[in-house]
Ligand binder design. Sequence first.
Ligand code: GMT
Length: 381
Amino acid sequence: MRAMKIGISCHHTYGGSGAIATELGKALAAKGHSIHFFSQAAPFRLGAFARNISYHEVEVMHYPLFDAPFYTLALASKIAEVAYYEKLDVVHAHYAIPHALSAMLARQMLEDKCAESKCFKLATTLHGTDITVVGADRGMQDVVRLAINKSDGVTTVSDYLKDETIRMFDPKKEITVIPNFVDTSLFCRSPKQEIREQLGIGNEKVIIHISNFRPVKCIGDIIRIFHAVSKQSDALLLLVGDGPERSVAETLVRQFGIMDRVRFLGKLVDIVPLLSIADLMLMPSNAESFGLAALEAMACGVPVVATMAGGFPEFIVSGRHGYLLSPGDIEGMTEKSLLLLSDNTHWLDSSAACVRQAKRYETTLLVEQYEGYYRRLLEEV
Ligand code: GMT
């Protein structure tokens, strides 16, 4: 099979869609494909230079007449330029807007230069809030619909998100589900005593949450659950990430008087050392299309207490890999967290089951699915 030239357009910011896009590109590059990343700044998981990877920073023009810079247009120009000179086969847009829209525009820019059959194919992966929050906004609905319908192929990261997309947009094209994935050779439990020491943790149990602290993550619920748990256990809470709800969380922590039990660690990229000392991950989101952070935790043997909302039930079996409860059920999530923290045999069984389950979402397996998907778009299979 010939190596492909693939453009990947994604958010560079701390979040699941950028993480998946970057890990996909790195894995494809390792298999010999040429990968061109497009984003406003280096994607947070890009890391050091690697063979077959080019990163194109999108420079936005600032002009006093423009109140807001035109990133969508600058991205479209960059994609068109690179697609033309590098002869890209596929541009893979992660998150409907602006990425799919910019790629669509780029294709129009190239209309006169390339015969239609030679121009790149546009694959769009819908990740979550591009449909459930942005797509639900009346002012954005039609532009998201356009991005979906003008893509050559559309994938979603869960059955839940596929169903939501069909319900909300009735798209013209078949949607393929390709779930999130994890590299279990990197995401595996390797506890280090010095990490506990650096964080001032002795023998206490460790609860962890990782996200970009947006309202869908229900950060307040995490603090309420932890507060209830802390009354019956000596557990500590590690909060990794940052975002709009952080000050809400900090205020609650102070109100509950649990400052000495909670560590706000900020946006850390290297999360395996932290997951390796964690006993439980809390993800009480009220909407989560997949929940990559939960999968990465499971790969490190960390059971998850999450909600039945969205895509969680597609890979977390309640009672086996942790527990799923209704969004907002603080009491239920507290009870199940305490159960996992106090029953060592149950924890060991759950932890081992999590590692086994994560292996079903191994990067190599899912990256192969994306490769096959591109080849079908290019009609090479
Ligand atoms: O955080 C992001 O980068 C975007 C994002 C979103 O809100 O759409 O995250 C989504 O994409 C991840 C990767 O596919 C999924 O694992 C997350 O569940 C999903 N987030 C939500 O649905 C809230």
